[in-house]
Design a protein around this ligand. Structure first.
Ligand SMILES: [Zn+2]
Length: 148
């Protein structure tokens, strides 16, 4: 089993290849976009291990906790309740269960792509590079875990 550090390193290599490819062949991303590509790619490179004691679990459950406290502070109890329900799902599953599936690699980052469409009501694919780098980070994890 690869450690969180190995997943971060391999994820960083994949994110670098992604940034190199889009910079040379598609468009010049801003420094802010490059920073976000690295952060998103690395987060998704460690996400699949959220179902076991790992770096990914520490990082994501810290983010989940802060998010839930924020929602409660903002009196968004219904959203906080649903959020709480969703975030316990990975720990109920067996290790390398659904979080290590190819379909999860495509579906889990999907809110990144859909967010501008849901909030704007238009067919807005402006988050496609962020979604793509999330899938690439996820892919690097599954590849390192021997899922391909
Ligand atoms: Zn894993």
């Amino acid at each position: 089993m690869a450690t969180g550090k190995r997943h971060l390193f391999v994820g960083l290599v994949f994110v670098y290849i992604f940034i190199f490819f889009i910079s040379n062949y598609i468009f010049k991303p801003s420094i802010q976009d490059i920073f976000l590509y690295i952060v998103i790619g690395l987060l998704f490179a460690i996400w699949p291990d959220v179902d076991t004691k790992s770096l990914g679990q520490k990082v994501f459950y810290t983010i989940f906790l802060l998010m839930d406290v924020y929602l409660i502070w903002k009196h968004q109890y219904k959203i906080a309740a649903f959020f709480g329900l969703i975030i316990i799902l990975p720990v109920l599953a067996k290790h390398r269960g659904w979080t290590h599936s190819k379909i999860a690699m495509v579906l889990v980052p999907l809110p990144i792509l859909l967010y501008p469409m849901i909030t704007g009501g238009l067919l807005d694919f402006s988050n496609l590079p962020f979604y793509t780098v999330a899938v690439i980070g996820y892919f690097s994890h599954l590849l390192l875990d021997g899922r391909f």
